[in-house]
Design a protein around this ligand. Structure first.
Ligand code: NAD
Length: 505
């Protein structure tokens, strides 16, 4: 028996196989829960339930106002259980409780609120004026796609779940979601809370914990699915796209990044150092948009690098449930090992890091220091180095010097990724000129990481396809139908276009 349940067709249930897998607190290695390990048959059942709920159920024909009210009921459930969800999120994934409260749970509930507002206010019909054809009336209908699946990563499990579920439901779709195996708990708990509060018709929302290779692949490939939205690595994103191509499903892909945070010579160095450190080390660098390449103008380079090194050494590692902790463990030992491999590569490519470069020696009693990694900075990195090109997804910053704005833009754009970036400068005109030339989906000027459901988010190049959030992230869940009406129900005299084929038809 597992401690958490799958949600399929309105029922909280174990996996058909009865199999489970453990979820642990990475800081201590302690098992938190047994989680149901769904298989392909569970995935198919969930998709079939979502299909029925879409085709036959009341959900798609509800008004936007009714769907908005339903989403607001989910906001209420999140608010009522916010403290529990935040603690579960921090315990399961290793992120700090501060992040869990301020970013994860707050961000997830804000996403539901935003998409509730869009369901209530966005028109589902627009009349088109000025038809070039005689006597026709034209309008566009916005309709839900149908069954939308979502597969999400382990770094922001609660927010990612909300970003997939809320826009899909707001637009009238039904949803099947698979969280990542390291961090399934808050998505399963949300499903349980929503089910117990009897908020949604059966089958409208389904949540399955289980392996990507079986459950995830089914969600991307099954012909009954109309749209699939994936957040995760570029490598798996490529696979999702292939699988979805079988039935030409709509896809949204939010993938990896190696974002540049550009520090111009007119920046306030204190503020810029804060933006670079926060931009890189928040959540141990396990963030897709992390500014893991700091491009620093040569005239301020030495002073700025000293400032970074000094401040980075003060970031505290510890129990993620302690409000004083800056950084918790990485999500899993395997992630620490990945970081270690990249740091070893960095030593070969660049030399000794100026800060960090190892796991901490020891931490407070009960904490497994081997699960943590110290904030690490490599200076004087060439942008062609592998540590500057590949996504490490850990607390590793590459500092790269540049001479002028053109060179900064060229280095920033010299990446297969294009998710985000930053410009730190005292001159807003200059900063905006640089930002406009960066080939990325988001640029923060004199800031970093500030994501709000009202603003679109997504990547250029191999960082993805499409946008989440904003009004764009709502429209990404709506099909567009043009209807052309000839109000003359008989007689062909005015139908000059038939004459293009033949005067006789
Ligand atoms: P991952 O790609 O390994 O896994 C993501 C999800 O895909 C998990 O749920 C996993 O079980 C599933 N999966 C794995 N193989 C699959 C397959 N063959 N078919 C279908 N599903 C499969 O990524 P991760 O390690 O969980 O997360 C880290 C990655 O996510 C990083 O690359 C990071 O940049 C990216 N990310 C991107 C964004 C964004 O918005 N662009 C946000 C967060 C994380």
């Amino acid at each position: 028996m597992s401690d958490y349940k799958l949600l399929i067709d309105g029922e909280l249930t174990d996996a058909a196989s009865g199999e489970t897998f453990p979820s642990t607190n990475p800081a201590t290695g302690e098992k938190i829960a047994d989680v149901p390990k769904a298989g392909k048959d569970d995935a198919v059942r969930a998709i079939e339930a979502a299909r029925r709920a879409f085709d036959d159920g009341p959900w798609r024909s509800m008004s936007g106002a009714e769907r908005g009210a339903t989403l607001r009921a989910i906001v209420q459930v999140i608010d009522d259980n916010a403290a529990e969800l935040a603690e579960l999120e921090a315990r399961d994934g290793g992120g700090t409780i501060r992040k869990a409260q301020l970013a994860d749970v707050a961000g997830g509930r804000n996403a539901f609120e935003w998409f509730a507002q869009l369901a209530e206010t966005q028109p589902d019909r627009i009349d088109l004026e000025g038809s070039p054809f005689p006597v026709s009336e034209n309008y566009v209908l916005f309709e839900p796609y149908g069954v939308c699946t979502g597969v999400i990563p382990w770094n922001f499990p609660f927010i990612m779940a909300c970003w997939k579920i809320a826009p899909a439901l707001a637009a009238g779709n039904t949803s099947v979601l698979k969280p990542a195996s390291y961090t399934s708990l808050t998505a399963l708990r949300l499903a349980q809370l929503v089910t117990e509060a009897d908020i949604l018709p059966p089958g409208v929302l389904n949540v399955l914990s289980g392996p990507g290779g079986t459950v995830g692949e089914e969600l991307a490939a099954n012909p009954m699915v109309d749209k699939t939205a994936f957040t995760g690595s570029t490598e798996v994103g490529r696979r999702i796209m292939q699988l979805a191509s079988g039935t030409i499903k709509a896809v949204t892909l939010e993938l990896g990044g190696k974002s540049a945070n550009i520090v111009l010579d007119d920046a306030d160095l204190d503020q810029a150092a804060a933006a670079v450190l926060w931009g890189t080390f928040m959540h141990g660098g396990q963030v897709c948009e992390s500014g893991t390449r700091a491009l620093v103008q040569r005239s301020i380079y030495d002073d700025f690098v000293n400032l970074l090194a000094d401040r980075a050494g003060k970031i505290s590692l510890g129990d993620q449930l302690d409000m004083e902790t800056d950084l918790g463990p990485l999500v899993d030992r395997s992630q620490v090992e990945t970081v270690e491999r990249y740091v070893a590569l960095g030593r070969e490519e660049v030399g000794e890091p100026i800060v960090g470069g190892s796991r901490p020696d020891a931490l407070a009693d009960g904490l497994d220091a081997q699960a943590f990694y110290r904030p690490t900075i490599f200076a004087d990195v060439d942008n062609s180095a592998k540590i500057a090109q590949e996504e490490i997804f850990g607390p590793v910053l590459c500092v790269i010097p540049f001479d002028d704005d053109d060179q900064a833009v060229a280095i920033a754009n010299d990446s297969i990724y294009g998710l985000a970036g930053g410009v730190q400068s005292g001159n807003l005109e200059r900063a905006q000129d640089v930002a406009a030339r960066m080939r990325t989906g988001t640029v923060w000027i004199n800031d970093y990481h500030l994501i709000d459901p009202k603003r679109p988010f997504g990547g250029y190049k191999e960082s993805g396809i499409g946008r989440e959030l904003g009004t764009q992230g709502f429209d990404a869940y709506r099909q567009v139908k043009h209807i052309h009406v000839n109000p003359e129900t008989s007689g062909r005299d005015n139908h000059f276009h038939y004459a293009m084929l033949s005067g006789n038809i």
